[in-house]
Design a protein around this ligand. Structure first.
Ligand SMILES: Cc1cc2nc3c(=O)[nH]c(=O)nc-3n(C[C@H](O)[C@H](O)[C@H](O)COP(=O)(O)OP(=O)(O)OC[C@H]3O[C@@H](n4cnc5c(N)ncnc54)[C@H](O)[C@@H]3O)c2cc1C
Length: 305
């Protein structure tokens, strides 16, 4: 089996998550090559072939031209699997490539189980196991699901590709600056996060107090942010910040895959949940089966002593 991994860039800088594609290829087994519209500098090392396209020719992001680039590389490699990160780049490009190849597409892969792909569904509440039935398949992988263990050594052999057709039709206008993240959860040694299980906005103060007593920062799951209880710059997860503190305390958080993607690499995880079977228990080092607010109130009192 041959796999083509598609690296991505922002403003000419390779994405920090590109190495996760290599980790996925290692989990998948077989040969792989890589492709990127961008420069070679900053890409992860690996032995094998690297197809490069000039952004001046393919555009910073022109979907038709980038699809043309990936299709050319996939053809040269006779790739059975074409893999993107499940990012805005991958979301947009993968279906275009799959449609052109008439290949199956499996999005948001979080694991490989018995040669089948595990993918999140039902808003991240369930996982399904799927296997493509077409010879080729286009895949996107959930960021954070395939952390790279050992970095492969080697220098890739570079082959440059030119646009094969004057396609296009989209003008790249530029990037929009994200809202300022004055809270850097990624650097915190302790993160205490509030989930929907805390019940109401008034209870956030006690979670913030626990974070303060542990000399850490407060984070939150997405529903808590969406409800306006906590600002977005504290959201942990696939569409929030990625954290890997020494201690992560999940208060009333179920452990949906999108949340796990942002915190599963924490050194020690404590979860407080009334449901002993909540998915967070799969990654928690300690699961406290309790009503979260009375438990946090008692813990805060103890810590103040
Ligand atoms: C594209 C996409 C991106 C997403 N990105 C993110 C992201 O970045 N971050 C994120 O968090 N989510 C994200 N989500 C949403 C995610 O899929 C989940 O819906 C979300 O993480 C669930 O949040 P939760 O655990 O707080 O709520 P729920 O899933 O509702 O879980 C609440 C938990 O609290 C427990 N509970 C209830 N009452 C109590 C109590 N009194 N005491 C103790 N425990 C109690 C319940 O047993 C349950 O386990 C994303 C979803 C999509 C589709």
């Amino acid at each position: 089996m041959k796999t083509l991994l598609v690296f991505e860039y922002r403003r000419g800088v390779p994405a920090e998550t590109n190495p996760e594609l290599l980790a996925f290829a290692a989990a998948l087994g077989g040969e792989f090559a890589c492709a990127a519209v961008g420069g070679e500098a900053g890409l992860p090392a690996f032995p094998g072939r690297l197809y490069l396209g000039e952004p001046a020719q393919f555009g910073e992001y022109d979907p038709a031209l980038h699809a043309d680039f990936v299709l050319q590389a996939a053809k040269k490699e006779a790739a059975d699997r074409i893999v993107f990160l499940h990012s805005s780049y991958g979301w947009d490009l993968a279906p275009r490539v799959a449609a052109r190849l008439k290949a199956a597409q499996i999005s948001n892969i979080t694991g490989i189980v018995d040669a089948r792909f595990e993918a999140a569904c039902c808003n991240g509440k369930m996982r399904r196991l799927v296997r493509p039935t077409t010879a080729q398949a286009v895949l996107t992988i959930q960021e954070g699901a395939f952390p790279l263990g050992e970095t492969p050594a080697g220098t890739p052999a570079v082959e440059k590709l030119e646009p094969s057709a004057a396609v296009g039709g989209v003008e790249f206008a530029g990037y929009e600056e994200p809202e300022a993240r004055e809270v850097n959860l990624a650097k915190a040694e302790v993160v205490v996060s509030a989930g929907r299980g805390v019940g109401k906005k008034d209870n956030i103060a006690a979670i913030a107090e626990l974070a303060g007593l542990l000399k850490g920062e407060m984070g939150a799951s997405r529903p808590v942010v969406d409800a306006g209880w906590v600002s977005h710059n504290r959201q942990v997860g696939a569409t929030g910040q990625m954290v890997s503190p020494k201690l992560y305390v999940a208060c009333g958080i179920s452990g949906a895959i999108h949340h796990l993607a942002g915190m599963r690499n924490s050194d020690f995880i404590v979860a407080i949940n009334t449901d002993k079977d909540a998915p967070i228990s799969e990654v928690a080092d300690v699961l406290v089966v309790a009503d979260v607010m009375p438990f946090v109130a008692a813990l805060n009192e103890k810590l103040k002593e």
